[in-house]
Design a protein around this ligand. Structure first.
Ligand SMILES: O=C(O)CCC(=O)C(=O)O
Ligand SMILES: [Fe+2]
Length: 177
């Protein structure tokens, strides 16, 4: 998972024209506080009255997710609403998290997602690998050219996590210029 996250991060940062030096600075710091999380959603007899996981964005650079065969993950698409991301055999889902949203000056936007419970009569499992930066890393939009304004002020990962703990999905707007 870590190797895959590193490869994806290099490709994403390269696509943003971020120099090799900056890319290496981010990627060599990345992974230091990464975590693997197993989520279990037991079968619910009345799924309309329960929620698997409330809408949120991940506080990571990237999250790599493996879903079991049971549906439930939805992402929010502007102008469309909640869209189901069905498990596909042999595939992983990659979610952009808040830290990459900030570093990319919102060119790679974080994805709002949730888990709903379905009438599938089965337990749902998922495995999420959160690829993160260490708490003392200073985040600010990278590699802006002379016509691009930074949308976010500089903040340490530690401070951002503190802001998010208190303000949840409003956190990004609180560090926006
Ligand atoms: O179970 C899923 O498919 C999503 C899990 C998730 O969003 C999370 O652990 O942050
Ligand atoms: Fe998530």
């Amino acid at each position: 998972m870590k190797e895959l996250a590193i490869t994806l991060m290099h490709l994403i940062l390269k696509s943003l024209d971020i120099s090799e030096e900056e890319r290496s600075r981010v990627v060599s710091a990345g992974g230091a506080s990464s975590a693997l999380q197993l989520n279990s959603y037991p079968f619910c007899p009345d799924p309309n009255r329960a929620m698997g996981l409330a809408p949120h964005t991940d506080t990571s650079l990237l999250t790599i997710l493996h879903q079991s065969t049971v549906n439930g993950l939805q992402i929010f698409k502007d102008g469309v609403g909640w869209v189901l991301v069905s498990p596909t055999n042999g595939s992983l889902v990659v979610n952009v998290g808040d830290l990459l949203h900030i570093l990319s000056n919102s060119k790679f936007p974080n994805v709002l997602h949730r888990v709903v419970l379905m009438k599938e009569n089965q337990q749902r499992l998922s495995l999420a690998y959160f690829y993160c930066l260490p708490s003392d890393f200073h985040l600010s939009p990278l590699a802006l050219n002379s016509t691009q304004m930074p949308l976010y002020r500089s903040v340490s990962v530690r401070d951002y996590i503190g802001i998010k703990a208190k303000n949840l999905e409003k956190a990004l707007s609180l560090i926006r210029f």
